[in-house]
Design a protein around this ligand. Structure first.
Ligand code: 2BA
Length: 145
């Protein structure tokens, strides 16, 4: 079983079908004001979401905590920063990325430290996400079959 998963690429594995496609992933644009990003985060219910540009290329991730941290003044929140700052000012650019040609083993390793991985193509265009939950569900199915 281990050898099987080690050599298979995402494309060959049924995990590929578990990728949540871009249209269903809550995301924001680089130039959106923080106010808009916070609204999308709150409305979607997710804590961290991808940041894209108008051509749908992946640039980073934004979270509640990054936004709150960036509007924190010395003694209080500086609420005007929500409209003065944009997503690219505060996003995290250290994004866990995976391609369909990558091995399942790489996805599993990356998912140890990340709740989800961004799936991109060779042009860095965002295709969707793969959650740690779906990766573990597949491992569990293999272990029990
Ligand atoms: P979190 O937002 O921290 O969510 C952690 C887990 O809480 C999710 O695990 C899911 O089980 C649950 N959850 C949170 N918000 C939810 C909602 N609006 N609807 C249903 N369940 C919700 P996963 O589903 O494994 O997702 C792991 C991480 O992947 C999420 O972490 C989020 O950062 C990202 N994510 C998942 N689906 C997403 C989507 N459609 N759009 C944007 N980001 C997504």
């Amino acid at each position: 079983m281990v050898q099987h998963l080690k050599n298979k690429t995402l494309m060959e594995e049924e995990l590929s079908s578990l990728i949540i496609p871009m249209e269903k992933v809550a995301h924001v644009q680089l130039k959106n004001p923080l106010e808009h990003a916070l609204l999308v985060l709150i409305k979607s219910g997710y804590t961290v979401i991808p940041v894209l540009d108008p051509s749908l290329k992946l640039h980073g991730m934004i979270s509640h905590s990054l936004i709150l941290d960036s509007i924190l003044g010395v003694e209080q929140f500086e609420m005007e920063r929500l409209s003065n700052q944009i997503v690219s000012d505060v996003m995290n650019t250290d994004v866990p990325v995976i391609k369909r040609e990558d091995t399942f083993s790489r996805a599993l390793n990356l998912s140890i430290n990340h709740p989800f991985l961004c799936v991109v193509n060779d042009k860095n265009e965002f295709l969707g996400i793969l959650t740690r939950r779906s990766i573990l569900a597949l491992v569990s199915r293999f272990l029990h079959s």
